[in-house]
Design a protein around this ligand. Sequence first.
Ligand SMILES: [Zn+2]
Length: 95
Amino acid sequence: MITTVCDAGCKEQFTIHNLQQKHLSDGVEKSYFVCPHCQHKYVACYTDDEVRKLQGKIREVRSRFGNRNYDHNQRRRKLIQAFYSIGGIVGWATR
Ligand SMILES: [Zn+2]
C-alpha cells in the first residue's frame, strides 16, 4: 500500500491498494490506479510479455534473498560454473 496525493486531479490524499490492468493490443498491458475521489487515472507502467517474464524473475530473486533457508553458496557455485562454461565457449577466462 502506498499513500499518495492526487496531484493531477482533486489534490486529495488516497491510498493505492493495488494496480488495475487493462489489456491493449499485441500483448501490451497497461497498469494503472484511479483516484477514489475524482476518478483521475494514473498510469503506473506499460508491460509486454518479455517485461512481465523479467518482472517474474525479479520477484523470484527477491523471494530467494528473503528466504533464510535458501542455499546462496550452492547458487553461487552454479553461477561460477555457468560463467566459466560460457567463458570456455567464447575463449576467455579459461585458465
Ligand atoms: Zn482525485
